[in-house]
Write a protein that binds this ligand. Structure first.
Ligand code: GLP
Length: 241
C-alpha cells in the first residue's frame, strides 16, 4: 500500500487527477470505477481542467459507478447520476453508453443488481477503482457487518451514514433508506485502487482501515489485502497514522 499525504487540497487534487490522467493516457480503453461523495469533487474538477487543455480523452473509456440511492430519480440533484453529470461526465467526451450507474428507480431492484453485475462481468476487470471512505469504514455503500457481499446488492443504510449524508438534503428524512452498491468482491477485483480521504473527522477511521485488523466490521480494512492500493490523504486525515 502506497500512502501519500498532502499539505493542501490543491496538491491532493492534482495528484488524484494525475493518476486518472496517466491511466487514460497509457490505456485509452481503461475501465474506471468512479465514486461520489464530497471527497472526489476536487479531483474531478482538476480532471475536467486537464480534459479542457486537451491532455486527456475519455472517448474509449468505460466507467462504472460504485453506487446509487434507491428511490431517487436521475433528475434529483442528490442522485449519484446527477452528481456524476454535474462534476465529471457532463463535461468530458463520453456517451451515455460508456457510463454505467446502478438504476435506483428500477422496479425490480434484484434484477437491476444482476444486470449491473453482468455488465461488470462483461467488462472483466476495472483498471482503476476510485474510492472515498465513510466514517464507519464503508466503501461504496458496503456498510460494516458480520459478513460482506461480493457482488452488487441492495443495502439498508446505517443511521450514521444517513446522518453524514443529510447535509446534502433539505431534511434528514429525505435521505434515502436504501442504496444499490457494488460489492466488496468487485471492488477488490480492480487492478488498482485509489483511496482518497480528507478531514480530521476521518483520521481515526483511516488509522483503523489502513493499520488496524482486517475485519468486515471496517470494510475498508479489506483493502490491506489488495496488491495495488494508492492512498491519497490530506494532512488531517493522515494525522493519526
Ligand atoms: C457516501 C458514498 C461513498 C463515499 C462516502 C464518503 O455515502 N456512498 O462512496 O465514499 O459516503 O462521503 P464523503 O466523501 O462525502 O465524506
Amino acid at each position: 500500500m502506497n500512502i501519500l499525504t498532502f499539505r493542501s487540497n490543491e496538491e491532493l487534487n492534482k495528484a488524484g487527477a494525475g493518476i486518472l490522467t496517466g491511466m487514460l493516457q497509457t490505456n485509452p480503453r481503461a475501465i474506471l470505477g468512479l465514486a461520489t461523495g464530497s471527497t472526489p469533487i476536487g479531483i474531478y474538477e482538476e480532471l475536467v481542467q486537464i480534459y479542457r487543455q486537451g491532455l486527456v480523452s475519455f472517448s474509449k473509456a468505460t466507467t462504472f459507478n460504485l453506487d446509487e440511492y434507491v428511490g431517487l430519480d436521475r433528475s434529483h440533484p442528490e442522485s449519484y447520476y446527477y452528481f456524476m453529470q454535474k462534476h465529471l461526465l457532463g463535461h468530458v467526451n463520453v456517451t451515455p453508453e460508456q457510463c454505467h450507474i446502478p438504476n435506483g428507480m428500477a422496479t425490480n431492484l434484484e434484477e437491476e443488481c444482476q444486470r449491473y453485475d453482468s455488465l461488470l462481468e462483461q467488462a472483466k476487470q476495472i483498471d482503476l477503482q476510485l474510492l472515498g471512505l465513510g466514517h464507519n469504514g464503508h466503501i461504496g455503500f458496503n456498510e460494516p457487518d458480520h459478513s460482506l457481499i461480493r457482488g452488487t446488492h441492495v443495502v439498508k443504510l446505517r443511521e450514521q451514514t444517513r446522518e453524514a449524508n443529510a447535509r446534502f438534503f433539505n431534511t434528514p428524512e429525505e435521505v434515502p433508506s436504501h442504496a444499490i452498491t457494488m460489492g466488496v468482491g468487485t471492488i477488490l477485483k480492480a487492478k488498482m485502487i485509489l483511496l482518497v480521504v480528507r478531514g480530521i473527522d476521518k483520521a481515526d477511521i483511516v488509522k483503523q482501515a489502513l493499520q488496524g485488523p482486517i475485519t468486515t466490521e471496517v470494510p475498508a480494512s479489506l483493502l490491506q489485502t489488495h496488491p495495488h492500493v494508492v492512498v491519497l490523504l490530506d494532512s488531517e486525515a493522515g494525522s493519526k497514522l
